[in-house]
Design a protein around this ligand. Structure first.
Ligand code: MTE
Ligand code: MO
Length: 388
């Protein structure tokens, strides 16, 4: 007899990992990872595009290094957790829609659309983020803008999803997975075997997430570098520091009569490199913390921006725009908020690790400020402009 082929139903999938007990726990871990990733990502966005109400502290000097490290690592941890969660719940795809009752059908459809948006947005964020860590942009859109916009989609869909699933997730989370631990007094029954299979699945998922984090963490945690195959950037590069954009790639030609210009409403002052080098210098250990996740620390020596402004007679409690010799790069300019401009550790650096800056690190001088994204540490500086 030939059986008519039929679509499977959720009940046909009998692996113990297809269980709300597993899905809810993975969901909780994913919620934590996504939450950390979203908050740290939002911070990074606001630091680069500050709304009027936003200020970012200059201390500890490694603050941005830490928040951006958390951003990249929580994103990396979310990848295996998301795959495990999808494996756990995919039989639900075959649940029959409740066709009889319009209101239930609508609720079902809305829930499905929300899950679809959530999964697509989450994959988009994790995949584009991973490519960004690898500094590869095999697409036509501008990564930061797209990554930021889709983050809101993901978080909106996530909140709706949590609200809808709470009635299932809450009892699932409060049911212990270890009831079967009767220390071998009675032979384990089928339910006990399911429970230990679920525990093993969860342990494996957490383990894979942990390995993925360790494999990436060396980009930002120096002592993990030896165990991190993905930490290929940190430590490489001239003068012991990685380079994102070389002087050649940026088309930098330093004119022989280069002078730093300091301008403010109603005033202007210029200095040659020799004059800058003759001013009192300050040395500080500060990190470059790239938004892509790699970071590395160096000893920088230069003149605090606040001292330069004071000597020139310019106002010091204002934001300062830093412009470079670069004519058409995305990061040719940056703005120091007033808090950073006034901090004595915000340097116009002339030296790195006791050597003159190499062309790739920003010769003749570069900005280096505490707790600031790498993209805003402008190299090849030509002009400081005090804004009103
Ligand atoms: N003018 C200019 N400054 C720049 C950049 C740039 O492209 N142009 N890249 C920035 C980025 S993305 C980073 S991470 C740091 C890297 O500094 P480094 O090459 O000295 O390590 O420089 C920043 N300064
Ligand atoms: Mo960067």
């Amino acid at each position: 007899m030939i059986r008519r082929p039929r679509l499977p139903a959720p009940g046909d999938f009998t692996a113990p990992s297809h269980s709300p007990l597993v899905a809810a726990r993975l969901g909780l871990w994913l919620g934590v990872a996504f939450g950390l990733c979203f908050v740290t990502g939002l911070l990074s966005h606001y630091i680069q595009h500050p709304p009027g109400w936003f200020t970012w502290p200059t201390r500890p000097v490694n603050l941005y290094r830490i928040t951006q490290g958390v951003h990249v690592l929580s994103g990396v941890a979310a990848i295996p957790l998301l795959l495990a969660k999808l494996w756990s719940v995919y039989p639900r795809l075959f649940a029959r829609p409740p066709l009889r009752q319009l209101s239930r059908l609508l609720a079902h459809a809305l829930e499905r659309i929300c899950v679809l948006v959530l999964v697509c947005a989450a994959f988009f964020e994790l995949v584009t983020g991973l490519f960004n860590v690898a500094q590869s942009y095999p697409w036509g859109f501008f990564f930061p803008a797209a990554h930021y916009a889709v983050a809101w989609l993901a978080v909106g869909a996530l909140l709706v999803h949590i609200a809808v699933k709470l009635p299932v997730a809450h009892p699932a989370l409060t049911t212990r997975l270890s009831q079967a631990d009767t220390a071998g007094v009675v032979a384990p029954g089928p339910d006990d075997r399911d429970m230990s299979a679920r525990r093993a699945f969860l342990r494996t998922s957490a383990g894979v997430a942990g390995v993925a984090v360790l494999a990436t963490a060396g980009v930002t945690v120096p002592w993990l570098r030896r165990v991190s195959p993905l930490a290929w950037r940190t430590g490489a590069g001239p003068q012991g520091m990685p380079i994102n954009r070389t002087a050649d790639a940026a088309g930098i030609v330093v004119p022989p009569d280069w002078r730093l210009a300091i301008v403010w409403p109603g005033g202007r002052h210029t200095l040659s490199l020799a004059e800058l080098a003759a001013l009192p210098q300050r040395t500080a250990e500060l990190p470059i913390a790239c938004v892509e996740g790699w970071s590395a620390s160096a000893r920088w020596t230069g003149v605090p921006i606040v001292d330069l402004l004071r000597r020139a007679g310019a106002p010091t409690s204002r934001p300062v725009r830093i412009s470079s010799l670069e004519t058409n790069g995305l990061y040719a300019r940056s703005t120091l908020p007033a808090t950073h401009a006034g901090d004595p550790l915000t340097l116009l650096a002339l030296r790195i690790n006791d050597e003159e800056l190499s062309p790739d690190h920003g010769y003749p001088c570069r900005l280096i400020a505490p707790s600031r994204p790498g993209v805003l540490q402008t190299k090849w500086v030509a002009r400081l402009e005090v804004l009103t």
